[in-house]
Write a protein that binds this ligand. Structure first.
Ligand SMILES: O=C([O-])CC(=O)C(=O)O
Ligand SMILES: [Mg+2]
Length: 388
């Protein structure tokens, strides 16, 4: 059993939307195909992956060094004999050969995307959905049958008035979501408060609305927003300050005792550990948003979950960023708290399998082998082209 080829194609996910920090007018995303020599039911097993929005395509890094390290490794060293399958941990070690620690930069995105495709292949070779494989290998066979999801959107874009923002949020509720998320920090506080009130008119209660500042604020602004947001009792206040400014996060906790969330831009278990050690995040109410596709993949995610456990955090406090099916599988198989969803933006990479409806804020899982990409036809169409 061996990997024959790893292909990458960078595709556009450009759109006119903006958060408080970036616009997505030139956003791209890597799609990866890991082609194996395994034939199942007359068909070659190919694993697929893609990186989450917000970081750009990583084809150059993959071609410069990561892909060759896997292809040049002794194929026997990449096989897990006990499970008669490819070994994602050995493949991860091959990917990271001659990489120094620290300075995680964006190589974690390149590795995370390839790792996603490896796990897709591994679950396909095993003939089971990835969430089932993860529950069997790491959680004594117990998987969640459904996963809580929230609808992320509420971006800034030209001409988006309160009416359009309200229509967007109403359409998420109509599609079965109970909690929605909107951007803040791209307009002055007063205007953002008016946007929040407009959305609350639609969703009803603050407990059904999360807000995301995308790391825009300095401490003073973060505190001013905290004070402005407090009366609304929101679901969470996300990424107020720079993702690596743990002192800001810790200080903000002195001014805001309601739930906060962060972590989507921490790309390693060491960075996650620093957040939990120094950021004064509170395990009884705060949320962590580490995204495997950006942070060295599932092999590293298992380490991050271990770090959380060591520091007294339940895995139920993680709701990953990225709105992708890989995290949905991890959420169900490894007992996370839920998953982000982008019902409308970042298509065809956002959203879940065709025909799986959101009911009372929960989705069920695809039953096909692998991550489930083949059950989302618009996405699979893009992926298949990379393998062909
Ligand atoms: O706008 C973005 O970069 C995405 C984001 O922060 C999120 O989904 O939480
Ligand atoms: Mg965010």
């Amino acid at each position: 059993m061996r990997i024959l080829e790893i292909r990458e194609k960078t595709v556009s996910i450009a759109s006119p939307i903006a958060n408080a920090y970036i616009d997505f007018s030139k956003m791209t995303c890597s799609v990866v195909a890991v082609v194996t020599d395994v034939i199942h039911d007359g068909k070659r097993v190919v694993g697929y992956g893609f990186n989450s929005n917000g970081r750009y395509g990583q084809g150059a890094l993959m071609r410069d060094r990561f892909i060759d390290r896997v292809l040049e490794a002794d194929p026997a060293s990449l096989v897990d004999e006990a499970n008669d399958n490819l070994d994602p941990f050995a493949i991860w070690n091959a990917l990271m050969t001659n990489e120094k620690p620290g300075g995680h930069g964006e190589r974690s995105v390149a590795v995370g995307t390839i790792d996603m495709a490896v796990w897709d292949a591994v679950a396909k070779i095993a003939g089971v959905p990835l969430w089932r494989l993860l529950a069997d290998r790491f959680r004594g066979g117990v998987a969640d049958e459904k996963v809580w999801v929230y609808a992320a959107g509420g971006y800034y874009y030209p001409g988006k008035d309160h009416g359009k923002l309200q229509d967007e949020m109403r359409s998420y509720l109509d599609r079965g979501y109970c909690v929605v998320k909107m951007k803040i920090g791209g307009a002055p506080l007063k205007q953002d408060i008016a946007r929040i009130e407009a959305v609350l008119d639609v969703v009803g209660e603050g407990s059904r609305l999360a807000v995301d500042a995308n790391g825009r604020f300095d401490l003073e602004t973060a505190i001013a927003y905290a004070q402005g947001l407090k009366p609304y009792n929101l679901f969470w206040y996300e990424e107020a300050g720079d993702p690596l400014d743990f002192a800001l996060q810790a200080e903000l906790a002195e001014h805001y005792d309601l739930p906060m969330a962060t972590g989507e831009n921490l790309f390693s278990h060491q960075d996650a550990r620093n957040l939990l050690r120094y950021g004064k995040m509170r395990p009884d109410r705060d949320w962590l948003q580490f995204d495997c596709a950006l942070s060295y993949g599932l092999v590293e995610y298992l380490r991050t979950l271990d770090v959380m456990q060591e520091l007294g955090w339940s895995s139920r406090r993680v709701v990953p960023h990225g709105g992708h099916q890989m995290s949905l599988n991890i959420a169900a198989g490894l007992h996370l708290g839920g998953n982000e969803s982008y019902p409308d933006v970042f298509q065809p990479f956002g959203g879940f399998a065709d025909g799986i409806a959101v009911e009372d804020g929960f989705v069920s899982l695809p039953q096909i082998p692998g991550v489930g990409f083949e059950a989302k036809s618009a996405l699979y169409h893009v992926m298949r082209e990379v393998a062909e």
